[in-house]
Ligand binder design. Structure first.
Ligand SMILES: [Zn+2]
Length: 437
């Protein structure tokens, strides 16, 4: 039985989907104005593992992750580069998709762009105003936080704390400093016509509206980075409660930070490694292995040394499995069967709030057994077992062993039999280069 740590209740809960065998999952996606760094890749990898695991368990998963393609940061960057916002967001959306695939993630089922839902956002805001949950000012439209009695439910902050936490706004337009913008009136950069004035929707409203339109009801899982809990997720919930009279999601999952020397990886701290730079020299699946070796809720303290450890670790796994794969091909072994009790243990760890660090111990154990085993035939079931696990984690190496390599291997064996050591040595070094022996 799967248990998920729910940020909303701050405890592990048995996962009960709203509809049997179906899972609706929404993960807040990127604001597309720059290259993504290693910290940005963490939720891309983790929620892909969640999707793969739930799918493996027989759930039909509808995984939606948005693209924020209208935002102040986008407008500033477009000005800086002297290009249209749409041109800029196209470049960085493509970059995001490419990097997601590079780190071994499948793309979500649906990736809605905020700009495609502006009409719906305007209608939603009109409804909020009509019901008294938002009010209009010259500067835009604000959400009336005091209308939501359990505001703070996710971030566990009470009203006093929230009041202290929110800097007293210089914007005299707001009734309450906690009120947030659902529509900003501005003619600066990409803007849309609306009954409230020319401007653009607020970020919190974008996600709330895309959820409302796409799912039309409460969803099972809403996820994102832990830094999104407040104010973003809190404000998404507040709007949904006010507008739709139901909660946004049953389970809230938040992925921990990726730190460098105990500090958050960020542009402003100048400690950023971009995914595109890392993968120039490093196997992206080794990076993914590093990510899944840590529990998703825990921070990762990233360093080059740590990365190098995982490069070696992944290389060992890849080389050992490649040999088994080659042997299966050469000997025409039919596929084996995953070992039941090992798979069962794997499920137990995954069902315990995706305890992937403990799954690593199963992988290491299987690798030891494979490396110790002399009889190739005995390795097949172990290979099939580890394959199931690595595919769910998205770190299974892809082997392409050409017919030519197989011929080289056969010729090597033949040379050894004939005691033609000179020829055998030559062929051997070729096979070593290819990582086949
Ligand atoms: Zn969001």
């Amino acid at each position: 039985m799967l248990k998920i740590y729910n940020t909303l209740t701050q405890q592990k809960e048995i996962f009960k989907p709203i509809h049997p065998n179906k899972v609706n999952m929404y993960v807040c996606g990127p604001t597309v104005y720059g290259d993504i760094h290693l910290g940005n890749a963490r939720p891309i990898i983790f929620f892909d593992v969640v999707k793969r695991y739930l799918t493996h368990q027989g759930f039909e998963v509808n995984y939606v992750s948005n693209i924020t393609d209208v935002d102040d940061k986008i407008i500033d960057k477009a000005k800086e580069l002297n290009m249209h916002e749409n041109e800029l967001t196209k470049i960085y959306t493509d970059h995001y998709l490419e990097m997601s695939k590079t780190v071994g993630s499948q793309l979500p089922n649906h990736m809605p762009k905020a700009t495609e839902y502006v009409k719906d956002m305007i209608q939603y805001i009109e409804e909020l105003i009509k019901n008294g949950d938002a009010y209009q000012r010259d500067s835009g439209v604000y959400f009336r936080v005091r209308n939501v009695s359990d505001y703070g439910i996710l971030s566990k902050q009470n009203i006093e704390e929230l009041n202290e936490g929110v800097r007293i706004s210089l914007d005299q337009d707001k009734e309450d400093p906690r009120d947030f913008s659902v529509w900003k009136n501005t003619k600066d950069g990409l803007a849309f016509e609306s009954p409230f004035g020319t401007g653009r929707p607020g970020w919190h409203t974008e996600c709330a509206v895309m959820n409302h339109i796409i799912f039309k009801e409460e969803i099972d899982i809403h996820g994102g980075g832990s830094d999104l809990k407040f104010p973003h997720h809190e404000n998404e919930i507040a709007q949904t409660v006010a507008h739709d009279h139901h909660h946004l999601a049953r389970y809230w999952m938040h992925v921990g930070r990726l730190d460098v020397n105990q500090e958050k990886m960020s542009k402003s701290l100048g400690n950023m490694t971009l995914v595109k730079d890392l993968v120039k020299t490093t196997n992206p699946l080794a990076f993914r292995l590093l990510m899944v070796s840590h529990h998703y809720r825990q921070p990762i303290n990233y360093s080059d040394e740590l990365m190098q450890q995982f490069v070696k670790e992944y290389d060992k796994i890849e080389r050992s499995l490649k040999k088994v794969f080659l042997s299966m091909k050469l000997n025409h072994f039919t596929n084996g069967k995953p070992i039941d009790h090992v798979i069962h243990q794997f499920y137990q760890w995954m069902n315990d709030d995706f305890n992937t660090p403990n799954v690593m111990t199963i992988i290491q154990d299987l690798m030891k057994q494979i490396n110790k085993e002399k009889d190739d035939f005995e390795k097949i079931d172990k290979y099939e077992t580890i394959k199931v696990i690595l595919e769910i984690l998205g770190v299974m190496p892809k082997f392409h062993i050409s017919d030519e390599s197989i011929e080289t291997y056969k010729a090597w064996e033949e040379a050894r039999e004939k005691k033609d050591y000179q020829k055998a040595d030559k062929l051997r070094s070729k096979l070593v280069d290819e990582g086949l022996i």
